[in-house]
Design a protein around this ligand. Structure first.
Ligand SMILES: Cc1cc2nc3c(=O)[nH]c(=O)nc-3n(C[C@H](O)[C@H](O)[C@H](O)COP(=O)(O)OP(=O)(O)OC[C@H]3O[C@@H](n4cnc5c(N)ncnc54)[C@H](O)[C@@H]3O)c2cc1C
Length: 333
């Protein structure tokens, strides 16, 4: 059986941040992800100042990323139609940026690999056994892996969290959000980042986040339990795109690249379970419902919670000694 100090399930921003931090501290770390990178993640692709500072602390550089778009001005529109432009500080670094998750997450996996972590993408976690001194997980195509600790960085539906029973039946997240890429964006949407508050979307908002080459990530998110039911979002989406200020912002030639995608956003870290399996499993990022409850922003929070979980486990996760395989297992399936 393969033995490591820490095994991480999920190689999104939270998993990569945890892996990089642990590997730099000299820990033997394995990250498994069921997807093969680069892979898409349904997201607005927006990086806040907090996310950018976390990325910098990991040693991440945007150099060479073709979808990286720094942002200078943030446009906020109120339900009455009043628009305010907030200029971000100039000449003192980057305070907001947009980058396609397909590219960002693959680059973060590379950062983790360069730090010394082993990343096995294309391999799904399936089952877990938690014992007093170790965790044994089973991974498709790899087999059993034992570790002192496991980090669940496997997103909103966290199969690792589910496998240890740390779930609330029927939980669907606090937010639900749509995203669609547009091409042929000739209006302000090609360079400005907009957040639109519309009366019928409250509590929620729509956005247009610029990408290089006349492209934009356009979407909207609403909080569950508000005026709009999540089932109504599909009908609302074409209606929202037809609104005059949206069409003007994107320009007359803007066209969707493919159909929209939707995904839930968990935002309840204050009440979420952060540790499971008798302290052997730490939950981070969306698996810990760590997104901002006001905005649904979660990349910075994923990076931060991944780093914090890694820092907490560094002194405890010393080299593991292989022990005989155990019997019985909890399945994520
Ligand atoms: C429409 C939408 C728009 C958003 N816009 C923004 C935004 O603009 N800015 C922002 O900061 N946040 C945004 N968010 C939130 C953000 O996308 C998430 O908070 C963030 O991706 C969480 O990162 P993570 O690493 O925790 O999880 P994820 O990025 O979801 O990564 C989880 C990983 O776990 C892997 N995994 C799952 N199951 C298994 C398994 N069985 N075995 C192995 N691996 C597994 C998955 O393949 C995936 O790679 C948005 C969310 C949505 C839905």
């Amino acid at each position: 059986m393969q033995a490591v100090d820490v095994v991480i399930v999920g190689a999104g921003p939270s998993g990569s941040a945890a892996a990089t931090t642990l590997a730099r501290a000299g820990r033997n770390v394995l990250v498994v992800d069921r997807a093969t990178f680069p892979r898409d993640k349904c997201c607005g692709d927006g990086l806040t100042t907090g996310a950018l500072r976390e990325l910098e602390s990991l040693g991440f550089s945007p150099q060479g990323l073709t979808t990286w778009q720094p942002v200078d001005d943030v446009v906020v529109r109120s339900p009455s139609g009043r628009e305010v432009v907030f200029p971000l500080p100039r000449g003192r670094g980057t305070y907001a940026a947009v980058v396609q998750r397909e590219e960002l997450d693959a680059a973060l996996v590379d950062v983790a690999r360069r730090a010394g972590a082993t990343v096995a993408d294309g391999h799904a976690f399936t089952t877990v056994d938690v014992e007093a001194e170790r965790v044994v997980i089973d991974v498709d195509g790899i087999g059993a892996v034992q570790a002192r600790y496991a980090i669940a960085a496997d997103g909103m539906w966290s199969p690792l969290r589910k496998a240890v029973g740390a779930i609330e039946p029927g939980y669907l997240g606090e937010w639900h959000a749509f995203r669609q890429y547009f091409t042929g964006v000739t209006g302000r949407g090609g360079r400005e980042l907009a957040v639109w508050f519309e009366a019928d979307l409250l509590p929620g908002y729509a956005w247009s986040f610029p990408l290089p080459g006349g492209r934009a990530n356009v979407g909207f998110g609403i909080q569950r339990g508000g005026k709009v039911a999540t089932q109504e979002m599909k009908e609302l989406w074409p209606d929202l795109l037809k609104r005059e200020f949206v069409r003007e912002f994107l320009g007359p030639d803007a066209e969707p690249e493919q159909s929209h995608k939707a995904w839930p956003i968990p935002a309840r870290i204050e009440s979420a379970q952060l540790v499971a399996g008798g302290g052997r499993i730490l939950l981070v990022g969306d698996a810990a419902a760590a997104t901002d409850p006001m905005t649904g922003e979660g990349i910075g929070q994923a990076l931060l919670t991944g780093r914090l979980a890694a820092e907490a486990s560094v002194p405890l996760a010393t080299s593991s000694k292989p022990t005989p395989p155990c019997r019985g297992s909890s399945s994520a399936r």
